[in-house]
Design a protein around this ligand. Sequence first.
Ligand code: UDP
Length: 253
Amino acid sequence: MARRKKLYEGKAKILYEGPEPGTLVQYFKDDATAYNAEKKGVIDGKGVLNNRLSEYFMKGLGQIGVPTHLIKRLNMREQLIRSVEIIPLEVVVRNTAAGSLSKRLGIAEGTALPRPIIEFCYKDDALGDPLVSEEHIIAFGWAAQQDLDDMVALALRVNDFMSGIMMAVGIRLIDFKIEIGRVWEGDFQRLIVADEISPDSCRLWDIETGRKLDKDVFRRDLGDLADAYTEVARRLGVLPSNVTHTVKPHLIN
Ligand code: UDP
């Protein structure tokens, strides 16, 4: 059998050439990294959970008219996606202060923000994905003003959708990151949600107890990451409720 072509390998996913032009296969690995890959681990089952969860969120977004790269999930670890030109920015939306915002501005974690705050970070591992302003983005040509307006609109729609479905299962959406890609339809460019939406890229806190159900469990050594992600999936009905995580995760240094 011919070996398929690997196009890109990132920290948590691999992209392979897709079966048709304009498509790719996105494979979810079990690798976990934090602090710009200073901390590394392998969490058994994480890739399977993120594949299912990202499919669930992207499918739902599609159903309410927010365009995404998802075509369909193929198997436990892979999904067929549209190939896009990724805009080199991480778009972060925050509802509650946490993480780098709390650190940078000295605002206690858990402080509700008066309105959703959108931040852009320039995607560059060597620089540690620095926070950039719209001025930088336009001056350096990473996106045009119209793109920025579209990106803000997309990010806010994703925020409302994700906040709502999380609220319905007793989870507070603190913040999240998305990546956005360009696709060309004839002479027209359209921006669509790409990459993944999963507990790797969101902060999710249980409304009642404040328990963290996201990658901070790994970043801050708060327990079993796969258990936390399984809990999110179970509440959303993405996994049958009798499926539990049985293999203990182990850290690889
Ligand atoms: N985030 C991400 N990838 C990154 C940086 C951040 O998915 O490279 C997500 C992170 O999980 C959180 C949100 O974006 O949900 C805001 O992250 P923050 O800026 O607070 O950075 P962190 O504290 O994670 O370094």
